[in-house]
Design a protein around this ligand. Structure first.
Ligand code: ATP
Length: 295
């Protein structure tokens, strides 16, 4: 991956928010991601699905600078990204993690304020001296953080400790913190994991509202109903490679996806055997009842 920041001659740069080209990630002998290209355009919600171990999180880590891809290039709005997480965030990509990573003993508001650090310009001396510039910046940051808490429905809990929030609200807080860096693209890694159906529905609404604010979204999720309801486009990773990409209708109907991921019952599969046993038992019970009635 190129480590310098350079502007490409990508003429679709205004519409293209994220462009990953031929991303490959190897860990020793294991190729976790193989030659994956993906584009996310302005105003889009794109889904990334695939079985466990398909390479989805590794791909996210390549996009956000946590990993330096073995091969390939990632560009945000036409500019190649340096593989450093804080520079990627500064450029305009924010993310949440599969496992919640909040500051448990900080308040809800403080967690969001932490997310704003890439957007505050006040330097160390200004912060130490707590001069008027610093105070103004701090007030503006708090106001923006409160706006984000209103937006995510957490404003009333601004002073609560993050660890005391119910699970679904902790996930929302992660999203609020990610939004605090004012991203143009939000990456969500399994945002509904462990949620009940109501919380999942609320997350769906929240993601639509984020998109309506002009932020493109790339989301990994195992919940198919959530993905197919939400996304404009879905890419399917299987064993590190992109198998299919298309609208939810196209992806759902693709036989390779059904076979590789959603899982069509195979001939002679254990499920078939179990079903046949149940049917045989029901037929035998039915026959016994008929004989009983005939007596
Ligand atoms: N740091 C690492 N070192 C070595 N192997 C890794 C590393 N990270 C991931 N892998 C391997 O890469 C493959 C892809 O893993 P990854 O976590 O990206 O899959 P995933 O699609 O996100 O899975 P899940 O849906 O279970 O989260 C797996 O075989 C995993 O064991």
């Amino acid at each position: 991956m190129t480590t310098t920041t350079e502007t490409t001659a990508d003429t679709t740069a205004t519409a293209t928010v994220l462009k990953a080209d031929g991303v490959t990630m190897r860990f020793g002998g294991l190729t976790a991601v193989r030659d994956v290209s993906l584009t996310v355009r302005s105003g889009e919600i794109v889904g990334l699905i695939g079985p466990n171990g398909a390479g989805k999180t590794t791909f996210f880590n390549c996009l956000t600078g946590l990993y330096v891809p073995t091969e390939g290039r990632v560009a945000y709005k036409g500019t190649t990204l340096p593989p450093k997480p804080h520079l990627v965030t500064q450029a305009g990509i924010a993310r949440t993690f599969q496992n919640i990573r909040l500051f448990a003993n900080m308040t809800v508001l403080e967690n969001v304020l932490v997310g704003r650090h890439t957007r505050t310009k006040e330097g160390l001396w200004s912060a130490l001296l707590r001069g008027p510039g610093f105070r103004r910046a701090e007030e503006a940051s708090r106001a923006r953080a409160m706006e984000l808490l209103e937006f995510t429905g957490l404003a009333e809990k601004a002073d609560h400790l993050a660890r005391n929030l119910p699970y679904g609200e902790q996930r929302k807080l992660e999203i609020a913190r990610a939004l605090a860096s004012e991203p143009g693209l939000l990456l969500l890694d399994e945002p509904t994991a462990g949620m009940n159906p109501q919380e999942t529905r609320a997350t769906e609404e929240l993601v639509f509202a984020i998109r309506d604010k002009g932020i493109a979204v790339l989301v990994i999720e195992h919940d198919m109903r959530f993905i197919f309801n939400l996304c404009d486009r879905v890419a399917v990773l299987v064993q590190g490679q992109k198998l299919v990409e298309g609208t939810p209708d196209v992806v759902q109907a693709d036989e390779r996806v059904i076979a590789a991921y959603i899982g069509s019952p195979m001939e002679d599969s254990p499920e078939d055997e179990a079903l046949a046993e149940v049917q045989a038992a029901e037929a035998a019970a039915g026959a016994a009842d008929t004989q009983e009635d005939a007596k």
